[in-house]
Each structure stands twice: as structure tokens, then as C-alpha cells.
Write a protein that binds this ligand. Sequence first.
Ligand SMILES: [Zn+2]
Length: 60
Amino acid sequence: MISPRETIVCVDCGGTAHLITAPREDGDWFAGDVVTYRCSDCRDRWDLELTVDDDDSPED
Ligand SMILES: [Zn+2]
């Protein structure tokens, strides 16, 4: 099952951008879903499309 990362590294400032998109009511995510992150440092907004590859990080 795909799930977006809770945080990403902001491309602009290197700060931490937090996921602000709420999941569906059933909690499922699908490839192609667009999720939005907001950087806590520069307040920039990032929209990312989920892909299957996002979920195979050994760190998570
Ligand atoms: Zn930033």
C-alpha cells in the first residue's frame, strides 16, 4: 500500500516540509494522488504526485 511521507526536505531552503493533505476517509492512497507539503521554514508549498516508488524506501 502506498502512503506519502510525513515530511520531505524543502528543495528551496533545505528545511522540513510537512504533509498537509488529509487522506481519504478510508485512509487509502493511490499512485497519481497529488499531496501537498508546506515548508515550515520558508512557507513554500510543494505539490507531489505519489508514485509506487515512493513507498520502497528502506528507511520507512
Ligand atoms: Zn523551505
